[in-house]
Design a protein around this ligand. Structure first.
Ligand code: COA
Length: 184
């Protein structure tokens, strides 16, 4: 699958097709001694929500390959409602980047605040856990197109950091640096 080939109509998948929204209420078992939701519990929910997006996009079982840019911005209290929203930003060969955002709603105080965000990389696999090719994704809105472009740079960043790519192979990052260095 090349980045520039036009997908056929039957393989045309949009970002919205992969969207997933999940709601959960924070119960005592989900919290630490301060009454705040534990990070590991939230990451578990994020993993599930992001996996649904990946599987909606690919119609395959998808496994988590990496998680990055996790930001715990605000603690979530017992009794609050957690809303998770995920979508596939970009599909590559067998992997895809899923972006996820988390909000906490306090129904008693009628407030909603942003609490967390992360990027998950999922790989579609067959019954033998062998990676399989994934359909391309077609970004439609300006925001989706921006996320699509930046996903390629983040992929190169995470592959360099995990030792799976050399700087010389990071074409999107290099293009960006070149553009930044030659900007007048
Ligand atoms: C993810 C997994 C299938 C990749 O297998 P692999 O033998 O490394 O396969 P490949 O080298 O062909 O890589 C497959 C894809 O994964 C991507 N990938 C592998 N490691 C990655 C990492 N650390 N970060 C981002 N992407 C990664 C590769 O870039 C490749 O993507 P592409 O085909 O779109 O270019 C394998 O490592 C695995 O099964 N991991 C365990 C998954 C799991 O159990 N997750 C739950 C954790 S409890």
């Amino acid at each position: 699958m090349t980045e520039h080939s036009e997908p056929s109509e039957s393989h045309r998948r949009t970002v919205q097709d992969s969207a997933c929204v999940m709601n959960e209420i924070v119960l005592p078992n989900d919290t630490n001694n301060l009454g705040n939701m534990m990070g590991g519990r939230l990451l578990h929910l994020m993993d599930i929500c992001a996996a649904i997006s990946a599987q909606r996009h690919t119609n395959h079982v998808c496994v988590t390959a990496s998680v990055d840019h996790v930001e715990f911005q605000s603690p979530i209290r017992q009794g609050e409602i957690v809303t998770l929203r995920s979508r596939v930003n970009r599909a590559f060969r067998t992997s895809m980047e899923v972006e996820i955002h988390v909000w906490a709603e306090n129904a008693l105080e009628k407030t909603v605040r942003k609490c967390n965000k992360a990027f998950y990389t999922f790989v579609a696999v067959d019954e033998e856990n062998t990676p399989v090719r994934v359909p391309e994704i077609v970004p439609e809105t300006e925001a989706e197109k921006r996320c699509y472009a930046n996903a390629a740079k983040r992929r190169e960043m995470r592959l360099i950091l995990s030792g799976r790519m050399t700087w010389g192979q990071a074409h999107h990052l290099k293009d960006d640096l070149f553009a930044a260095l030659t900007e007048r």
